[in-house]
Design a protein around this ligand. Structure first.
Ligand SMILES: Cc1cc2nc3c(=O)[nH]c(=O)nc-3n(C[C@H](O)[C@H](O)[C@H](O)COP(=O)(O)OP(=O)(O)OC[C@H]3O[C@@H](n4cnc5c(N)ncnc54)[C@H](O)[C@@H]3O)c2cc1C
Length: 342
């Protein structure tokens, strides 16, 4: 089979609802495919997928590879890995992207190992570029970019010799593209037969715990860090969020210290957010935190340490004790301050 240069996105769906991360990846795939002069394609696995393929098309997929099978109605590792790897092997795309969700983290390594290729998890950026190694130049390969060694370096990882080049990306890291008024994708219906071993796991009941908060949707976020000091003092962060009509969030150090639950964590291992306003209170600005909020339109940082790294990315910085500054801000906003100009 002739190799092609297409950029594929695995479309994750639950109960026939496409997950945001897959649509975000279609936007990134468009950029990569333009560099490669190739097409964006979607790999859609599940049951009764006709309506979903229309949505995928409006978000930029020019080709959609579909395995529509009742056995794929709910996610199970073995049948999904078999179906994905068989279709990928048949069409040999250049790049395959997965969301770094629970499903993507389970599925992508399986598929990479079946296809005997590399995989970089949790990329924060993807680019196309050349790579030179031992007098050989690999042209237009995928730069898989992510923090490494505890965030001390940003590593660019490549898969020069094996195909497809594969990466996972967390929800919210790539920008959601705008849907287009087009529905002209070429559809490829694929059949995969499953053995008894593939279907050995039977799902009797599925229960999904809802997240306590949808940070991605919040337009104003007030995030507290370890500098808040203790769980009781976190009330200050809640009060400021209330006064601004915003949503509370936190750094990982604040979560680890028990100030608030993990669902509220922003950053590399939390949620990636892009609100209109992000207020970072008592947060130092470690790269793992800023990776999840640096795309915010306006950032206000409050920190007692003038050398705190958060000030490097903040649009407005207030140096001082949060216990004095935050109550004053709450009073001001309660007296009629507004965030509309921010
Ligand atoms: C693999 C990996 C993944 C990670 N993922 C994440 C992630 O998703 N999100 C995340 O946030 N972190 C993450 N981290 C942790 C990250 O490296 C930092 O440790 C963490 O972000 C620090 O949180 P913090 O800024 O609240 O705490 P600190 O770094 O302890 O900073 C506290 C800040 O509060 C200030 N302060 C103290 N008292 C006051 C006061 N009274 N008034 C004003 N300011 C005050 C201090 O000057 C300091 O700057 C990760 C780390 C690793 C290794």
């Amino acid at each position: 089979m002739k190799e092609n240069k297409d950029v594929w996105v695995f479309i994750e769906q639950h109960d026939n609802k496409i997950q945001d991360v897959s649509l975000e990846l279609l936007g990134k795939a468009r950029e990569l495919a333009t560099e490669l002069n190739s097409a964006v394609a979607a790999l859609l696995l599940g049951d009764k997928l006709t309506e979903l393929s229309k949505t995928v098309s409006t978000y930029g997929a020019e080709k959609i590879y579909i395995v529509d099978d009742a056995e794929l109605a709910l996610y199970r590792t073995l049948p999904y890995a078999k179906a994905a790897s068989m279709v990928i092997q048949k069409y040999t795309p250049e790049i395959v992207l997965f969301g770094a969700s629970y499903v993507g983290r389970d599925l992508a390594p399986r598929v990479a190992s079946i296809l005997k290729t590399g995989l970089t998890a949790d990329c924060t950026d993807l680019q196309i570029g050349d790579y030179q190694y031992r007098q050989k130049t690999y042209e237009k390969i995928l730069y898989q970019i992510r923090p490494a060694f505890g965030g001390n370096i940003i590593a660019t990882i490549v898969t020069p010799e094996h195909r497809p080049q594969m990466a996972t990306v967390r929800d919210g890291v790539m920008k959601m593209p705008l849907p287009q008024n087009s529905n002209h994708a070429a559809i490829f219906n694929e059949k995969v037969s499953f053995s008894k071993t593939d279907l050995a796991l039977e799902i009797l009941k599925q229960e999904i715990e809802k997240k306590k908060v949808d940070l991605k949707k919040a337009q104003i976020i007030v995030a507290g860090g370890y500098g808040v000091g203790n769980p009781a003092n976190f009330k200050l962060i809640e009060d400021l969020a209330d006064a601004l009509g915003g949503q509370v969030a936190a750094s990982r150090a604040a979560v680890d210290a028990g100030f608030i639950e993990k669902d509220f964590q922003v950053g590399q291992t939390g949620t990636t957010v892009r609100p209109r306003l992000y207020v970072a209170v008592g947060i130092s600005g470690a790269v793992q935190h800023t990776a999840g909020m640096q795309e915010s339109s306006k950032i206000i940082a409050i920190n007692s340490d003038p050398a705190a790294p958060i000030f490097k990315i903040a649009h407005y910085g207030i140096v001082g004790d949060l216990n004095e500054i935050v109550p004053k801000m709450i009073d001001l906003f309660k007296q009629g301050g507004s965030t509309t100009k921010l």
